[in-house]
Every structure is written in C-alpha cells, then in structure tokens.
Design a protein around this ligand. Sequence first.
Ligand code: IMP
Length: 430
Amino acid sequence: MSNVVVVGAQWGDEGKGKIVDWLSLRADVVVRFQGGHNAGHTLVIGNNVYKLSLLPSGIVRPGKMSVIGNGVVVDPWALIAEIEKLRGQGVAISPANLKVADNAVLILPLHRDLDGLREDAANGVKIGTTRRGIGPAYEDKIGRRAIRVCDLADRAMLERKLDGLLSHHNALRRGFGAPEADRAALLAEIEAIAPQILEYAAPVWLELDEARRTGRRILFEGAQGSLLDVDHGTYPYVTSSNTMAGSAAAGSGLGPGSLGYILGIVKAYTTRVGEGPFPTELVDGVGQWLGEKGREFGVVTGRKRRCGWFDAALVRQSVKLNGIHGIALTKLDVLDGLDELKICTGYELNGKRLDYFPAAMADQAAVTPVYETLEGWKDSTQGARSWVDLPATAVKYVRRVEELIGAPVALLSTSPERDDTILMKDPFED
Ligand code: IMP
C-alpha cells in the first residue's frame, strides 16, 4: 500500500505545508478531504513562497493531479481568486491538473455573514473562527439543504435550493436583527461564477478509484489539526469538520482500506489560534519568545498564535485517534537556546492523575498539566540534515517525545526549506 494520509496532530499550524510539499514530489495525486479556505499552508520553494488555502499543495508541482474532495466546503469565489493568484506566480492550473468533487458543498456569502453574526453576538460562545463561513456551510450540508457543485449546472434546481436555503437563513438573520439576503443579487453572483467552477467539476471518487487500481500514489492532505476535530477535539472550540485521518476516506470517496500510512505532523512545542482550552499555554516571556522565534502568526487571519510547552498527553491521544504510524516533527530549531524544556506527560484533575484529556468542557478548563523537565541545548539545530548534526540533548528530547506519544519520528524538519529534512522512514515505502 503506497498511499499516505497527512494530519495535524495538535491544533493545526504544525507545519503541514512543507511536509505535504516534500511528500507531493513522491505522489501522483494530492487530495484535500475536509475543511475549506480556513486552512493556510505555506510552501517555500527556492525563492518562491506560495500561500494556499483551498487548493491541494500538489498544485504547485507540474505533473501532479490535485483533487478537492466532497468533504471540503468550497467557496467558489475564494477558489477562483486563489487559482488566479497562483497563475500570477506562474503556476499552471487547468482541469487537467485540478478536479473538484461534483458533490462538494458550496460556501456562499450568507455563510460568511452568519459566521460573523454568531461570533459577534453578545450572548453566544465566541469560538474565534476564521469567519470564512465554514461552520454554517457544514450545518447546511448536514441539514440537507446545501447547494452543491453539481447544482450549478441546473438552473431550476439551483433556484429551488436557493429558496429553501434562504427561508432558513433569513429566519436566522431576522433573529440576529440583520437584513434579509438579497435573492436576486445572490443568484446573479452564483450564476456568474458557476461556469468557472463547473470547468473543474468531476466525480472525483472515480478518478481516485482509477488511481488506486493503476497503482498511482495518493497523498491525502489534512487541514487544521486533530484537537480541532468536531467530535474528538476541544468541543465547542473546534472547526466544523472531522479532521482525523479516518475522514480521508469519507471526504474523498476512496474506501478506508486504501488509505495506507498515517503520518501525524507534530510541532516540537504547542500553539493554538482562537479561543478554547490550552493546558500548557505560556503567557510569560518564554511563550512570547516561542511566538516570535517561531513566527507564530496565522496564515489566513494574521492572528497571533498562543504558544506553550509540548503536550505529549494530547499528541498521544491524537496518535491513538488517528491511528498514526509515524510523525513528522517540525520546528525543533525554535527550541534552540532554551536552558530547559518542559513536556506535559498528563494532567491532574480534582487531585487525580489523568493520562488523557477529558471530554467535558469544565474538566478541560480545570486540568493542570504534569510536567517533566529536560535539559535544553545551546547549539543550533537549524538546517540539520542528519541525526549526527543534532546536539545530544536535542536527540534526547526527540527520543522522549517518541516514547511519550507512542509513535516514532519518520521525518524531522529543521527549517522551512524542503531539503532541511531528516528522513528516518519514507511513508510511501511502508
Ligand atoms: P473555523 O474553522 O473558521 O470555523 O474556526 C474554528 C476554530 O478552528 C478556530 O479556533 C480557528 O482558529 C481554528 N482553525 C480553523 N482553521 C485553522 C487552521 O488552518 N489552523 C489553525 N486553526 C484553525
């Protein structure tokens, strides 16, 4: 089996972009299976920096097929804008190298509106979303009233579905004291963008089945992270999709038996954007230092990320929930220069020791982390390309991480540059 699923094992922003790019060189097909343009993946290739939100990372590589699966929520305007931006950077994009699932759900301007209205409501739970309309679009999908890519080809169906959607949304908008949506303007906007999207629409599950049968290598590119999963994450402070490896199958239409190697991306410390529990958060000088040295600002919203010590208990949970075979450890170099490092091995709650993160919101807010302290290192690990280039104490840190999370390091990334990667195991050769 030579397919690979890449998932973030923390709260997103683990450095998936670089690893996915590195792996996409070895893949034939790259697939997004959940989330939408709330994701932000940065690829550094030579002197070029590509910032992707919705397009699979394989798009910047000639000869690769990129697929947006049915599990993704697609904002058609964002998609076309991203395609245009990349074309401006010299990337060739056409239906020959990009396919969008014809059964994927659309994000419309009214979803963005609702996301904002909820976030700004004085009496609601503020999640700190990306305000891209992701949650409201998934709500409509599960509520069976969403407009899908294939509906763009059928004017009568589009109008019928739009009416159903508007009666639902206008009721909500009235509740928020917002004006009702303008049907004619929305329909005109959708009709104007439809031909551009339909160009790429395809039954991608057939394409993936064909790829599987002919032995082409498929790379599944997860967005966000395991702790933002709508079931297993820090609910309600989560995104609205299943970010776990298991959803690569449902979100693309390829059977779960073909998923192959599950690679978890793990940052050597912890970050989180938006609201919600974060037991190892550092609000002191060390947290600030990690944020500055690690350039921890959101790709999509530019927000400052919260930073903290490595939480091995959370990652151990992700390893189990995703069935992670091995990890790619990123941004180890950000820890260079610290005298000592702490790793969270479990929690204490009401005087009891816990080795997992509890589900209840109140418990998640009340746990205190149990730490062990390791010696730091002074030498730089940046750009190291082999284990022997690493200080002994850095190797010790990595080994302890492996032990505590219950998964081996398959790849160690030591800078944003693609070649600054220490390979222990090629996930495609499992
Ligand atoms: P939404 O996905 O926009 O609904 O936002 C829900 C939560 O997920 C918020 O805390 C966001 O900050 C977080 N989130 C969404 N996408 C990403 C991502 O790509 N990286 C990190 N956090 C994200």
